[in-house]
Design a protein around this ligand. Structure first.
Ligand SMILES: Nc1ncnc2c1ncn2[C@@H]1O[C@H](COP(=O)(O)OP(=O)(O)OP(=O)(O)O)[C@@H](O)[C@H]1O
Length: 439
């Protein structure tokens, strides 16, 4: 892409969602240990410490964390969407990249936030509805094209969820360092419902299994990518095409092998999930260490997930991370590590720039069209020449009385001799070898 760079430094937005305690957790005798305090704070109590210790003298492991937003069981899907992702939509249709990803232990509510239920739809459909509404509102002046792809990373391989039979896909970096996935199905679309239908179809292909921690546990990271191209309807050779990419990612749940009681295949999956989330954590640590994304080495190459999210974390994207925890005491360790992980991510800065396909892009396109036309002309010329030759061969053999073509001899400039026979006039070439009949 030819890109004009309109850079602005952005902090990664980190939100935390605490889901309601579940029936199963209450039956296990779990108590609530994660409490929201105000709009941005969460307090996590250590269940092994004395809850009646009012002076907190022995509550050494009680931890308080600050995030950009904290949501608890009182907060609706709509409120979560409005505070986290809604703000990204305008940017995407104006040529900026944006990412929203759900992170957290298995069963903590990631899929609920992203996909939701029919009665409580999640971030995917709300974002897409707003995206197409914003497109509609400006479509008198702007021309848009929207396409989508949907993939999963399962056991470190990438599968196209819209065409699972296409096998494993590879990641490639283009000349500008942007990640591409050659061969992935890219579907052009004009409305949110169509994308949701494809997403639902894709989700049927997604690797989901019941585990001890969650009945419908997602065993893979699912990535929905929506690309929006926008250009002005005014005819202008210098016009720019803006390309905005929106990634919406439902990560597989981080998990402790001991708690999930997984064996065999499930355990191998768990190891892969944890490995890629560890790689993501390492990138987050490296990126947050100096409070920015410049200057230090960040190893994105450690996993497919981090390679794919490279731009979302360390590069050109407005990014929102929604971390999830259960409030239950039985989840204490998972919640503690999730809060530490997400808290670190708060220091990451990304540098967003608008992706513009500008004059040089158009010149490249026109050059390519012109070369195609040149090739076509050469091809047609050669074809005509061949046909002429064939005709002249036939004529010089004297077998084709209809032909007016030339003789193959080089001396041919005209026909010197004429002979009239019935209706036709015959000409003889100077070389005296061939005769032609005028039609
Ligand atoms: N905010 C919420 N309100 C009501 N129910 C919720 C909420 N969050 C999660 N749940 C319920 O909790 C259960 C587990 O949630 P979900 O499947 O979204 O977890 P997950 O983090 O995606 O798990 P995994 O990583 O294993 O796929 C589901 O039954 C879901 O409906």
């Amino acid at each position: 892409l030819a890109m004009k760079e309109l850079r602005a430094e952005q902090q990664l937005t980190v939100a935390l969602r605490i889901r309601p305690i579940s029936e199963a957790e209450l039956e296990e005798g779990a108590s609530i240990i994660a409490h929201r305090m105000g709009e941005q704070m969460v307090v996590l109590l250590d269940p092994s410490e004395d809850p009646d210790d009012i002076l907190r003298a022995n509550r050494s492991r009680e931890k308080t964390f600050m995030f950009d937003m904290v949501f608890d069981h009182n907060v609706t899907q709509e409120e979560v969407y409005v505070s986290t992702t809604k703000n990204l939509v305008e940017g995407v249709i104006s040529g900026y990249n944006a990412t929203v990803f759900a992170y957290g232990p298995t069963g903590a509510g990631k899929t609920y936030t992203m996909l939701g239920k029919d009665s409580e739809p999640g971030i995917y459909i709300r974002t897409l509805n707003d995206l197409f509404r914003a497109i509609e509102a400006t479509s008198d002046d702007m021309d848009y094209s929207v396409s989508m792809s949907y993939l999963e990373i399962y056991n470190e391989v990438i599968r196209d969820l819209l065409n699972p039979s296409s096998g494993f896909l590879e990641l490639r970096e283009d000349s500008r360092g942007s990640i591409q996935i050659p061969g992935i199905t890219e579907v052009s679309t004009t409305n949110a419902q169509e994308i949701m239908q494809l997403l639902t179809k894709g989700n049927k292909q997604r690797t989901q299994e019941p585990t001890a921690a969650n009945q419908t546990s997602s065993r893979s990271h699912a990535v929905l990518q929506v690309t929006v191209k926008q250009k002005s309807r005014a005819k202008d050779i210098n016009e720019e095409v803006r390309v905005g990419r929106l990634f919406m990612v439902d990560l597989a749940g981080s998990e402790r092998a001991a708690q999930t009681q997984n064996r065999g295949k499930r355990m191998k999956e768990g190891a892969h999930i944890n490995r890629s989330l560890l790689a993501l954590g390492n990138c987050i640590n490296a990126l947050s260490e100096k409070g920015g994304s410049r200057g230090q080495y960040v190893n994105f190459r450690d996993s497919k997930l981090t390679r794919l999210l490279k731009d979302s974390l360390g590069g050109n994207s407005r990014t929102v991370m929604i971390a999830h925890i259960s409030p239950a005491s039985t989840y204490f360790e998972e919640s503690r590590t999730t809060l530490i992980y997400a808290y670190r991510a708060k220091n990451i800065k990304t540098r967003v720039k608008r992706n513009l396909l500008n004059v040089s892009y158009h010149i490249a396109q026109y050059t390519s069209i012109i070369s195609d036309l040149r090739r076509e002309i050469e091809h047609l010329k050669a074809k005509i020449e061949n046909q002429e030759k064939e005709k002249s061969v036939v004529s010089s053999d004297g077998r084709d009385g209809q032909s007016r073509g030339g003789c193959r001899c080089s001396s041919l400039r005209g026909f010197i001799r004429r002979k009239k026979k019935r209706q036709s006039t015959f000409y003889w070439c100077r070389c005296m070898w061939a005769s032609f009949r005028a039609i």
